[in-house]
Ligand binder design. Structure first.
Ligand code: HEC
Length: 192
């Protein structure tokens, strides 16, 4: 009998998460609850005037969502690709992506060696390398990879997409692709 009593006490404890989480116990108002403190009697407040949601659909959804008005994933980067955008993309890629996908995006990283289930792939050998797809992956996550929508604004994400395209080109570049002076420098370095 005593064992039965102990068991039922333990079970009651399992369902009650406030025992382990003090934030659930603290006094607070839940959404839609009444609150006499405010004149309108509601606990929920109006956001300040002019507040916009992070992912607001602008008149150009292809920029914020990577999809056009008919819901199709875009096939090209929908904002001007400038040097500033590239530099931003490089900074963000090196902060948020390189730890797993490697500094040049080839999937070679210390973290990758520890991810046995599904290591981060080489980003230059994707089945679908289209800018729209990469934007979706960063925005929404993909399989085991988390979304980076909180860390990166849509503008940041397009910057990363643009930089990734440059990285991809750089990894497959031939000597002849470099400007003449750089070619000379590279030849000199290689002792040719
Ligand atoms: C914590 C490690 C990690 C970080 C950080 C990370 N990824 Fe990934 N990424 C993965 C893994 C793992 C996969 C494979 C997921 C799967 O197939 O389930 C993946 C897959 C991808 C894919 C391939 C999707 C496909 O079509 O196969 C792309 C593109 C990609 N990541 C881009 C990025 C970009 C850009 C960033 C930075 C914003 C980033 N990742 C940050 C681990 C990471």
């Amino acid at each position: 009998m005593r064992r039965l009593l102990l068991l039922s006490v333990l079970c009651a404890a399992c369902g009650d998460t406030t025992i382990v989480d003090p934030m659930e116990r603290q006094p607070k108002f839940k959404p839609f609850a009444a609150n006499s403190f405010y004149e309108d009697g509601r606990a929920m407040r109006q956001p300040p005037e002019g507040t916009v949601p992070r992912e607001r659909q602008t008149s150009r959804p292809e920029i914020t969502t990577g999809r056009d008005r008919s819901g199709q994933i875009v096939s090209a980067i929908p904002i001007p690709v400038t040097r500033e955008l590239m530099l931003l993309g490089r900074a963000k890629f090196e902060i948020y992506c390189a730890i797993c996908h490697g500094l040049v995006g080839d999937g070679v990283s210390l973290v990758a060696t520890q991810m046995s289930l599904r290591p981060p792939p080489n980003l230059h050998k994707l089945r679908n390398p289209s800018p729209g797809h990469v934007f979706q992956v960063v925005s929404e996550g993909f399989g085991l990879m988390a979304s980076y929508a909180v860390q990166l604004t849509p503008h940041d994400r397009w910057a990363v997409v643009a930089y990734l395209q440059a990285l991809r080109r750089s990894q497959a570049a031939k000597l002849a692709d470099a400007p003449a002076d750089i070619q000379q420098k590279l030849r000199a370095e290689a002792g040719q």
